[in-house]
Ligand binder design. Structure first.
Ligand code: C5P
Length: 264
């Protein structure tokens, strides 16, 4: 059995560039992997199976782990199966890319455990077929992503900065946040700077309590407070005096990067 770490990501900024005819949005975003993550325990088996420590995670064919396994097999025409146990630490529907990270991790593991030597750029390209956030994880953890998310430009690693992740009880579904996004309301905002996320307004309309939470975090003294991805969690930089709260999950993490020939 082999264990792989599967990191969460945050969007340090996220700008929506246009709404596309296929229903997706072109975006421009700076993404970073962090030390909060899941663990995938994987072994070769006679048939596929997926179990998870969190009973809320679907373990049927809708799970991106099983989609990624099928993708790798169909691209390579290899026949093998995996028994996968997912130790879930990344909150779901939080904008932290947990499912996407799991899918990227499985593709890397497939390549390694079957000694297929598929180039990482090929894995990145294949992964875009099953999810827009997956290609990013094939960078080394700091990258600018554009298009749907599939154009990944690797950037120099940032300092190993400390970051707080604040996850409220409420969760948000990615499609509904994107559907609520109004490009006209955001056109005047051309900022591509840390702390600016065009999807916040849409998320706050769906869930006004998130607006209150953002203000509370700003008032607590953080330097930067921004919703990550399509929410519902926030990343916060700097020091603060936020109290533990039954309504919030608060994680202390730091930026991580991977070595070019190793997984995270
Ligand atoms: O690609 P993925 O399945 O992760 O996307 C989920 C949903 O999020 C899409 O169906 C779409 O509604 C929305 N989305 C989008 N623009 C993107 C990425 C996702 O509109 N760049």
């Amino acid at each position: 059995m082999k264990t792989y770490f599967s990191p969460a990501k945050i969007n340090l900024y996220l700008k929506i560039v246009s709404k596309r005819l296929d229903g997706y949005h072109d975006l421009s975003t700076l993404m970073q992997t962090i030390s909060l993550g899941d663990f995938l325990h994987i072994e070769l088996a006679h048939s596929d199976s997926l179990t998870c420590t969190n009973s809320m995670v679907p373990t049927d064919s809708t799970n991106l782990i099983l989609k990624a396994l099928n993708l790798f097999r169909s691209k390579t025409h290899l026949t093998f199966n995996f028994k996968v146990h997912l130790e879930k630490n990344i909150p779901m529907q939080a904008g932290l890319g947990g499912g996407s990270s799991n899918a990227a991790t499985i593709l890397w593991a497939c390549n390694e455990l079957t000694q297929s030597n598929i180039p990482v750029n090929q894995l990145l390209e294949w992964s875009a077929e099953i999810g827009s956030d997956i290609p990013f994880f094939f960078s080394q953890g700091t990258a600018h992503c554009s298009g749907r998310g599939e154009f990944v430009k690797a950037l120099p690693h940032l300092d190993k900065k400390k970051v707080w992740i604040v996850k409220p009880k409420v969760s948000l579904s990615t499609p509904s946040v994107f559907q609520n996004f109004n490009l006209e309301e955001n056109l005047i905002n051309n900022d591509e700077q840390w702390g600016v996320n065009d999807l916040e307004k849409a998320a706050f309309k769906l869930e006004p309590s998130l607006f209150k939470l953002k203000n509370r975090l700003v008032e607590a003294g953080f330097d930067t407070v921004m919703m990550t991805g399509s929410g519902s969690s926030f990343y916060c930089l700097g020091d603060c005096s936020i109290q533990n709260d039954q309504e919030l999950l608060i994680y202390s993490a730091f930026f991580i990067n991977r070595h070019h020939d190793q997984w995270y």
